[in-house]
Design a protein around this ligand. Structure first.
Ligand code: FAD
Ligand code: 2MC
Length: 368
């Protein structure tokens, strides 16, 4: 179903959306109506009740159609899962029935201008005032900023360090909430990335995720959300690279140089063999990490970090090689491969840079 949806509803339009900087909200809501906006969320509130292993296979298929739209649906899924897993019963029942069909679109707000990789040093404040919290601060690089209806915000309510952070649900219309202009980016043109600015944004205390028990738990909530997010971002790189590879393979059977088809050139076959092997190895580590997350394996954090690092790097190389195999035509927008290369580049940076993934893996190794 995901493959069919990507083929019909994403792939034919992805280049057009990239050129026009169009955010395909209608198509994403359609994906929501098919169950792809609450994939691993419980069914009693409208989720699809699937596993992480299903999730990465869905995101690979969606990304074959468009890695950018797939990535936004992944971020929305991360927010939905956080509300389902850490929200009070009341919060689950209020939000998930709207998030699951994507009637309400959600953005994840952790990064700040002064706190990217060192996320626990964030300074956006949430001060308690009677029955309310008042938020002040700026979030940086927020995917869906200005377009989303709900902002899942990590802010400091308790004190210094990771344990001083809580998570809040903030509606788009709230007074004092505003957005920076859309950033001009190398790729990801078909979704907005903006600052999200809080100036005395007053929300009821009931908007703290998990209710009063959620106080100080926001960093753990954010990190647990990211474990699955990192897998999905890797799946988006895999789907994008597979699509680029498929284009290159077809082109090799069509293009002739020196009197014969490129596919009959042994060095070209070696290149294709290496690319196909890289894609399959990426798929395997991804499925291994997704299974570890499903089974709450003690190594799940490191395995998710390994999968994110390995797959986003390996698949970027595959997409770049697919561009190379197209010669000059690979550099043209209309061929579709340069867009994939641009879109996959950022997956080595966001949801934790690959240097931070190495830090996470290295810490676990040192503790063995
Ligand atoms: P920095 O933390 O300043 O790092 C700069 C460089 O130093 C990097 O190469 C980094 O790996 C390296 N580095 C940092 N510390 C160390 C260290 N100790 N050892 C070795 N190397 C180190 N964030 C959100 O919260 N929500 C979103 O929706 C979102 N969407 C994004 C969309 C886009 C298009 C982009 C570009 C970013 C998005 N981000 C989002 C932010 C993203 O997660 C951050 O950019 C990323 O975590 C890195 O933070 P930084 O940019 O501040 O880099
Ligand atoms: N899963 C579960 N818990 C985690 C975790 C993870 N992946 N990473 C850290 N934690 C817990 C950790 O166990 C600890 O818990 P406790 O206090 O109970 O012991 C707590 O969080 C603090 O962790 P550390 O002591 O390791 O904190 P430190 O500050 O040294 O390092 C680091 C944390 C670097 C791993 C974290 O800040 C990080 O992952 N940074 C990258 C930020 C990032 O990924 N941003 C992505 C933004 S979203 C995005 O880009 C989108 C496109 C949506």
């Amino acid at each position: 179903m995901a493959r069919d949806f990507a083929r019909k509803r994403l792939a034919p339009y992805a280049l057009e959306w990239d050129a026009a900087k169009h955010f395909p909200v209608a198509e994403m809501k359609e994906a929501g109506s098919l169950g792809m906006a609450a994939i691993y969320t419980r069914e009693d509130v409208g989720g699809s009740g699937l596993r992480r292993l299903d999730g990465v296979r869905i995101f690979e298929e969606l990304a074959k159609g468009d890695p950018v739209t797939a990535a936004f649906i992944s971020i929305h899924n991360m927010c939905t899962w956080m509300v389902d897993t850490y929200g009070s019963e009341e919060q689950r029942r209020e939000w998930i029935p709207k998030l699951a069909p994507m009637d309400v679109m959600a953005s994840y707000c952790l990064t700040e201008p002064g706190a990217g990789s060192d996320a626990a040093s964030l300074t956006t404040r949430a001060e308690r005032d009677g029955d309310d919290f008042v938020l002040n601060g700026t979030k940086q690089f927020i995917s869906g900023g200005g377009a989303s209806d709900l902002y899942v915000v990590m802010a400091r309510s308790e004190g210094e360090g990771a344990r001083g952070i809580s998570t809040f649900l903030v509606d788009k219309g709230t007074e004092g909430l505003s957005f920076g202009p859309p950033e001009v980016k190398m790729g990801w043109h078909s979704q907005p990335t903006t600052q999200v600015i809080f100036e005395n944004v007053r929300i009821p205390a009931s908007r703290m995720l998990g209710g009063a028990e959620g106080a100080g738990k926001g960093f753990g909530i954010a990190m647990n959300g990211l474990n699955g997010g990192r897998l999905n971002i890797a799946a988006c790189s895999l789907g994008g690279a597979q699509a680029a590879y498929d284009l290159a393979l077809r082109y090799m059977t069509e293009r002739e140089t020196f009197g014969r088809k490129l596919i009959d050139e042994p060095t070209i076959r070696f290149a294709l063999a290496d690319m196909a092997t890289s894609l399959e190895a990426s798929r395997l580590i991804l499925w291994r990490a997704a299974t570890a997350l499903d089974e709450n394996d003690p190594d799940k954090v490191e395995l998710c970090a390994m999968a994110k690092k390995f797959v986003t790097e390996t698949c970027f190389q595959v997409a770049d090689q697919a561009l190379q195999l197209h010669g000059g035509y690979g550099y043209l927008h209309e061929t579709g491969v340069e867009k994939i290369v641009r879109d996959l580049r950022v997956n080595r940076i966001l949801e934790g840079t690959n240097e931070i993934m190495r830090m996470v893996i290295g810490r676990a190794e040192a503790a063995r």
